[in-house]
Write a protein of this length. Structure first.
Length: 214
């Protein structure tokens, strides 16, 4: 089932514009500047809850990526599709600085041909998917329409299969891990704020007794 789903997504070439869109969507280097700008704007104009969102999101993504996903990848050691499967397409943007300029350049598209498959890899889970679902979960807690963030998160997960770097179960596991870690960090931060913040910042706690609710 995993193989069949991967092949149906990866090995049916679509329109070149869709290839470019998926390659751009899956590239962290393309869209991290927009996230940084959004974070800065929230820190400046978002008030207490906007700043709390940025801090909690940073902690949650750091926990998800740097601790959970990193150790799961080492523990499971699953090779990526293009490392073990003949005919897997890998799609990447051409080198460019800044990276966003690469969307106007020809794509780097390769088809895998396996000679000696590796014993181990870093495919499971998908860190890109986990980080996006983690961020979407934090947004869902803090923002009234934060659930909308799950839409681009799901598209990123799809793109990881489309460009040939993850199996469907890698993406599914990444979504679950990211959402679970995001919820865990938000709930822990909220409880810590309620129980201990008044001891250190009583004036702020009096105005904002709940870390999440505006």
């Amino acid at each position: 089932m995993d193989l069949a789903i991967f092949q149906s997504i990866n090995q049916n070439p679509a329109h070149p514009a869709f290839d470019t869109a998926m390659a751009a969507l899956t590239s962290w280097a393309v869209w991290w500047p927009a996230l940084v700008i959004a974070g800065i704007l929230l820190l400046i104009f978002g008030g207490f809850h906007g700043r709390a969102l940025v801090v909690v999101a940073g902690l949650a993504v750091g926990f998800t990526d740097g601790l959970v996903c990193k150790n799961l990848k080492e523990l499971v050691g699953r090779p990526r599709p293009f490392q073990v499967l003949d005919g897997a397409r890998t799609i990447d943007l051409a080198p460019a600085t800044p990276r966003i300029l690469a969307v106007a350049l020809p794509l780097q598209i390769k088809t895998s041909k396996i000679t000696t498959p590796p014993d181990r890899g870093r495919s499971f889970p998908s860190s890109h998917t986990a980080n996006c679902f983690c961020l979407a979960t934090v947004c869902a807690f803090f923002l009234r329409r934060g659930w909308i963030a799950f839409i681009p998160a799901a598209l990123v997960g799809f793109s990881r299969m489309y460009v040939g770097v993850h199996w469907p179960t890698d993406v599914l596991a990444g979504a679950f891990v990211g959402a679970a870690c995001g919820a865990l960090v938000v709930i822990a931060a909220r409880n810590i704020w309620k129980k201990h913040a008044a001891r250190f910042v009583p004036a702020i706690t009096a105005r904002h007794p709940d870390l999440i609710a505006a």
